[in-house]
Structures are given as C-alpha cells and as structure tokens.
Design a protein around this ligand. Structure first.
Ligand code: ZN
Length: 378
C-alpha cells in the first residue's frame, strides 16, 4: 500500500565535502541507508533509493534495496522514481534528513490515507521578512510553516502533477508545491512537530551531526575482591600503603587498578581482564597493574572514546585510606589521560560485617562513563 522514494540524487555541493553528502555516515551507515531503515521500521515494504547517475554504482554496491537513476534536476529524479511505484501511496523523503522519527513517518502514513496529501513541517520561530524593493514586510509567523520531508501523496495524484509540471516546464522547490499549483482545492494535511528533522545542507549542519556523535556515551562497571594475607605489599591505585598485610594475587593484586581496567573493558563490551591478562600466564606474575589499566585505556582510545568520568569505591575495614586517596586519583587520572576532577575515589568499611569486615579481604568497585570523540565523515 505504501512505498517510499529516498532522494539521494543531489550533488550535495553546498556541504563542500568533495563527495555527495549522502555518503556521510552515522554509526557507520551512509545517510540514505539510515533513512531507509527508519521507513522499513515504520512498516514500509517498498523502499527505493533515487541516486544521481554518477553515484549509482557506488550506492548499488552497498545496498540490496532498489536503486533508480535520477535525472538532471530534482524533479526529473522524482519523476524517474515515481515511474517505479505501483502502490497506492508514496512518500518522498530527502536522504539528507537522517533524523526523521519512526513516529512521524507513521503519522504521515495515517494522514495521507485520509487527506491524499500530507507533509511533515514546523511552525516558524524566527521572524521572516519579505524584501520588496528597498522595503521589508514582516510576515505573520502564525501563517508560516517550514516544509520538510517526508511528503506523502496518493501516487496517481503526484505522478499526474509531475507530468503536468514537465509539460509546463514548472519547477517547484518541493513536491507539495506541485499539488498547490495543479490541485489547489485538495486539503493538504501538515503534520507539525518539534523534533529534530534537520536537513544536512551546510557545513554547520555537520557540526550538529558531530555533536550528536560525540554525545554517544557508554557506561562500564566492575567489581573485584582480593584476599588480605601476610608478607604481601598492599597496593591500591598504584599507591603502596603501609600495613601489616597485603593483597594476594597473581599480579601485584592492585584491586583498584583492576576495577578501573575492568570497567573500561566492560563499557565497550571487550571482555574481562582475565581474557586480556590471564592469571596463569608467567609474564603476568607480579605484574604492575598499571600496565593493565594502560592497555585497557589504549583499547578504548583506539575505538574513539575518552573518559567522561569514573567513580571508584574501596571497601576495606582497615587500614584508613583517607590520606592516600588523592594520590590514587592522581595516578589513575594520569593513566587515563584525564583531569583529576574526573576521577572519584571513595572508601568505606563494611561495619565489621562479612569477610571484608573481618579484615580478610579488600574489594573495589568502579563505574565509568566513556564519551565518543571520533567522528566518521566517510
Ligand atoms: Zn583483581
């Protein structure tokens, strides 16, 4: 019943990337596929990509969806796409609007079934002025709507409009404008919304994309416990703490460093410390756990992340940690190339309860938030 044309036929020259903006990627997917996915999720079975002839081969290579060659102007491209449509209704969507929501697509589909023509748009918040010679006229904001896509039509109707426009050599800036011209009595439904449905047009729009990308956070958690025994050094967060016992382990048993590394690995689903530093490997015997932290940090850095903040908790009945905490924070901040303000270390006793309370063990816990810093443009 519904088809959608994803218009990826423009050259995208205003973005000045040196390649068509539809090849920009969000989460490793080109914009036209990000859009296609949204329409598929909204229940549309026939999704057709309209590509510019010069990008056709490249687009066919990355998708199993139907791809149709566009024409010289946007209207030519839409007309080429419409020729392939057999369903009763068609939505036309600009591939440069990757943030369209599934909800809005569904609302558009519902609306077009009732009124034959519908489009997604916004109320205008800026004051718009019309220039007439040397004069300006301020338009009434309440009368203005900013038209976006998708725009939805009864297929026969929009096909007819495009044929008429071709004969008249009329060129509208969107498809709704053809309805306005050839079927002015049709009741067009505007679906007004306040969500982000921006069109990537200028370099500055890319910044929005970048910000969206850099807002991608990952959370990681880790918990670890080591037995307290005699004739071992007590090392936590790289600080040697004077005490009559120390933590037992294959490495230097720095429980705090272990949870730092464990939470970083966890945030990116990279397994646990044991899988990276097996505790039966000879080379890891008495290993300085700082190396474990550094290598976990290297992995998250390679994946394009940095530390937003990390919160750590030491559970120990004895000794008192207070005077060593700032040194631990400093060590950890240095390993993670972050500001000390982003590293929190707290200590608690367990009120003499359990093995920790009886002084048999020390446990540590970490929660880390990672922030994506890299942005893929191609
Ligand atoms: Zn451990």
């Amino acid at each position: 019943m519904f088809s959608v044309l994803i218009m990826a036929a423009g050259s995208g020259s205003r973005v000045a990337l040196g390649y068509n903006k539809v090849f920009l990627e969000i989460d490793n997917q080109p914009l036209f596929l990000v859009c296609a996915k949204k329409f598929i999720q909204a229940g549309i079975k026939e999704v057709i990509i309209v590509a510019s002839p010069s990008d056709y081969d490249k687009i066919v290579e990355v998708t199993d969806l139907t791809v149709i060659k566009g024409g010289k102007e946007r209207a030519d491209s839409v007309r080429n796409g419409l020729k392939a449509i057999r369903s009763e209704y068609v939505l036309i969507h600009d591939a440069a609007r990757p943030f369209i929501s599934e909800q809005l697509i569904k609302e558009t589909m519902e609306a077009v079934k009732i009124s034959e023509v519908a489009f997604v748009g916004k109320n205008v918040t800026d004051t718009i002025k019309l220039k007439e010679g040397k004069q300006f006229i301020t338009l009434n904001r309440n009368d203005l709507i900013q038209a976006e896509t998708p725009q939805a039509f009864k297929t026969a109707l929009i096909k007819d409009c495009h044929e008429k426009a071709l004969k008249d050599n009329y060129c509208g800036t969107d498809d709704i404008s053809l309805i306005e011209k050839y079927y002015p009595s049709i009741n067009i439904k505007a679906i007004l919304h306040q969500t982000k449905n921006i069109k990537i047009t200028h370099q500055s729009d890319l910044e929005v994309l970048k910000n969206r990308e850099s807002n991608m956070f990952r959370i990681g958690h880790s918990w670890d416990i080591h037995r307290l025994v005699e004739r071992r050094k007590l090392i936590l967060g790289g600080v040697e703490i004077p005490f009559d016992k120390g933590l037992l382990g294959h490495s230097d048993a720095d429980c705090l460093y272990h949870v730092v590394a464990g939470s970083l690995l966890g945030a990116l689903s990279l397994g646990d410390i044991g899988s990276h530093f097996p505790d039966d490997a000879k080379e890891n015997k008495d290993l300085d756990s700082k190396i474990i932290v550094q290598s976990a940090y290297k992995l998250i850095k390679e994946k394009g992340y940095e530390i937003n903040n990390i919160d750590l908790m030491i559970s120990a009945q004895k000794p008192k940690m207070r005077e060593y905490i700032d040194l631990m924070r400093k060590n950890i901040a240095k390993c993670l190339e972050t500001d000390i303000e982003n590293v929190s270390v707290k200590a608690t006793t367990t009120e003499k309860l359990g093995s920790i309370g009886e002084g048999k063990a020390i446990a540590c816990e970490a929660v880390v938030l990672l922030k994506k810093i890299s942005f893929q443009t191609k």
